[in-house]
Design a protein around this ligand. Structure first.
Ligand SMILES: [Zn+2]
Length: 232
């Protein structure tokens, strides 16, 4: 049974109204990344960082999955082998689209993490610098998202999946954030066929066997149809 590993990035959620890192006018461009997506930024101004993620949590909760999320859920359901979805996104749109198992390598907006004791729990809608940890009671809550300079989650499991995959697809990722940008090389070493699907070519596009460019809501369902019909 062929295992498919799919890496998704912000580009798959863009058509659901959630901006990407580098979009002009997107939520990210109003705030410097080093202020809102690094441990140093949080240490410097935790009020600003909490406000930023509180706003993103509200925005993500109001977003609906698009045809690309739904197509990947269909692939997971109908493919005779395993389909592993690894996402860099902190939204829950894969799950909302029907995906069963999703590896959130950069954490989730729905999660809270205690900076003091490491306890994890479901984030309240609004978090602030006084939000107590349910385990140690210290007011050290932070979003359970992986910031720049921090180690992504589940890396051992992801590398195991990549080492055993026959098909690797990267969807809507810029290819500029490591280690995810290097997953294609792991997949190639495993002998996998590789495909990039993106609005525009990523920084690592030349590594892929096949490329498809266009809106994710169009090219991803098309790719899934082809796979399930044995044409890809
Ligand atoms: Zn704690």
């Amino acid at each position: 049974m062929e295992k498919i590993v799919i890496l998704t990035g912000a580009g798959i959620s863009a058509e659901s109204g959630l901006g990407t890192f580098r979009d002009k006018g997107g939520i990210w461009t109003k705030y410097p990344l080093e202020d809102v997506a690094t441990p140093e930024g949080f240490a410097r101004d935790p009020v600003l960082v909490h406000e930023f993620y509180n706003a993103r949590r509200v925005q993500a909760a109001a977003a609906a999955p698009n045809a690309a999320h739904q197509a990947l859920a269909r692939l997971q359901r109908d493919w005779p082998g395993e389909v592993v979805i690894v996402t860099q996104n902190v939204d829950a749109l894969h799950e909302a689209g029907g995906a069963r198992e999703v590896i959130h390598m950069h954490g989730t907006l729905a999660g809270a993490l205690c900076g003091a004791c490491g306890h994890r729990w479901q984030a309240p809608e609004v978090m602030n610098t006084k939000t107590p940890c349910p385990a140690c009671t210290r007011p050290a809550a932070r979003p359970d998202v992986v910031w720049f300079g921090e180690m992504p989650y589940f890396m051992d499991a992801i590398y195991d999946h990549l080492a055993g995959c026959s098909v690797f697809a990267a969807i809507g990722t810029s290819g500029q954030v490591y280690p995810a940008a290097a997953f294609v090389h792991e997949a190639i070493a495993a002998g996998a066929r590789t495909v990039e699907m993106n609005l525009e070519p990523s920084a690592v596009v030349s590594s892929f066997d096949e490329t498809r460019f266009g809106p994710a809501s169009r090219i991803v369902p098309d790719w899934v149809d082809r796979l399930l019909e044995g044409r890809a």
